[in-house]
Design a protein around this ligand. Sequence first.
Ligand code: SD4
Length: 331
Amino acid sequence: MGNTSRRSFLQKLAATGATLGLSPWTLNTMLASESNAPRVQTVTAGQATMLSTWNHGIEANAAGFLALQQGGTAMDMIEAGARLVEADATGLSVGIGGLPDRDGHVTLDACCMDHTGNAGSVCFVQGVLHPLSLARKVMEETPHVMLAGAGAEQYARELGIDQVELLTDVSRRAWEEWRKTSDYKPVINIENHDTIGLLAMDNQGRMAGGCTTSGLAYKMHGRVGDSPILGAGLFVDPEIGGATATGLGEAVMKTVGSFLVVELMRQGRSPQAACEEAVHRIMDRMPTDDLQVGYLALSRSGEAGGHAIHGGFNYALTTADGGSLIDATHG
Ligand code: SD4
């Protein structure tokens, strides 16, 4: 992270921490441990843990821990973290402010899984501020797992979930600029590095996960990525652990990445080794010079790991002792 972006990140973290009512001690611990963190950490089984993709994972995890302190479950931690990032209009790849498709529509994808293995998902949703909350409602209140497009939007209206214009002045201007050339080429770690995947374990050992995104910028209208696809962008087996993905969804879907990571953990791999194997599966099957994918995994015993095709992928790991931003291994 460059000095300027790091400074603004830390300022934002301090402001968010204050809003969340985090103690100065917790904030200081997070700030102090933002660098030089080990790549793999083990926490005490039963100790609450939260793991989220990219820089904004620190703030998301802080929101998750606040939900936990207020009596929430692992699923509440996930929803709280996701909502914070979805509502941040400065993020260009999640919720409001997300970059639109090539026709100028912001379309959102999200899913979640809870500690019972239950799952909910929404995809190709427009005008909804909190798609992960909508996915949770699908999981908890309907006999279905996945709602798409107009049907999901109709359900959101019935529930009274906030409706908003997701295209902001900034994202509209970026789209208008892009339209001058309409050049579509994924750019590693640049185009979409804000999608958030979250994994959590609460004090009672309950595990949950979530993933929420506006997907690839300037994608074809109607394109749905890996993020709302259970087993691809997210998978949680309450007995084994969870995994989530970020990056080019097409590569993740073709290898059913998050399910693969969890199954590898079931066979005895550590979260780190499982993420590495899932990344190598992609690297073995397709050219990856222009393609980034990163996986995160959290085991039931509280061990965390992350690995990506290319450098530049990082993630936030938070326990009651504080949070750290970790540069994932790669290659
Ligand atoms: C997608 N996987 O729609 C998402 C994008 C992403 O970090 O995660 N970017 O393909």
